[in-house]
Ligand binder design. Structure first.
Ligand code: CA2
Length: 154
C-alpha cells in the first residue's frame, strides 16, 4: 500500500520559535516540530513534508501544489489565520482533509485572534496544546484520510 502524503504548512514568524519570545511560545524550535511531525508520521506510516513561509502568496501556492501531491494537509497559518481570505480560498479549493493547528489557545488571547479563517474550512481545529498539537493533529488527519473509521468494538 502506498503511504498517505501529508503537507504540514507553517506560516509567518514560526521560524523564530524557540529563538525569540520563549515566554510566549516556549523553547521548542520549528526544527523540533518538523522532527516531531516526521517521526510521528513515520510511526503512523505517513509521508510528511513540512514547509514554512513568511509570505501569504507562497502559502497559497503551496496549498495549490498540495492539491496534486498530498492526501491531507495540516496548517498553522500563524497571523495570516486572522487576516487571509486568500489562504481560506486556497484551502476551499483543496479537496482533501484539512486540520488546523495553533500552538496557543487563540481563544484565551487578544480578541483579534479569536477569528481564524482556516477554521471555516478545516475538518478539525486544535489549539492550546503547544507542539503536541501537531502530533494530535497528525493522528486526527490520518483518521480523516482513512474516511473516519469506527473505533474497534470493545
Ligand atoms: O498559537 C499559534 O500557533 C499562532 O498561530 C502563532 C502566531 C499567532 O499570530 C497566532 O495568533 C497564533 C504567531 C507565530 C509567531 O511565532 C513567533 C515565535 C517566536 C517569536 C515571535 C513569533
Amino acid at each position: 500500500m502506498t503511504e498517505l502524503r501529508v503537507l504540514v504548512l507553517n506560516g509567518p514568524n514560526l521560524n523564530l520559535l524557540g529563538i525569540r519570545q520563549p515566554e510566549i511560545y516556549g523553547r521548542t524550535t520549528l526544527a523540533d516540530i518538523d522532527r516531531l511531525c516526521a517521526d510521528e508520521g513515520a510511526r503512523l506510516g505517513l509521508s510528511v513534508t513540512c514547509r514554512q513561509s513568511n509570505h501569504e502568496g507562497e502559502m497559497v501556492e503551496a496549498i495549490h501544489a498540495a492539491r496534486e501531491t498530498t492526501d491531507g494537509l495540516m496548517i498553522n497559518a500563524a497571523a495570516y489565520s486572522h487576516s487571509s481570505i486568500a489562504i481560506l480560498d486556497a484551502l476551499n479549493a483543496y479537496e482533501k482533509p484539512v486540520v488546523e493547528v495553533h500552538l496557543s489557545n487563540i481563544h484565551k488571547r487578544e480578541g483579534f485572534r479569536h477569528t481564524s479563517h482556516p477554521s471555516a474550512r478545516a475538518e478539525a481545529v486544535i489549539c492550546g496544546l503547544g507542539p503536541e498539537g501537531y502530533r494530535v493533529g497528525l493522528h486526527g488527519l490520518l483518521w480523516l484520510m482513512r474516511g473516519r473509521p469506527a473505533p474497534p468494538a470493545a
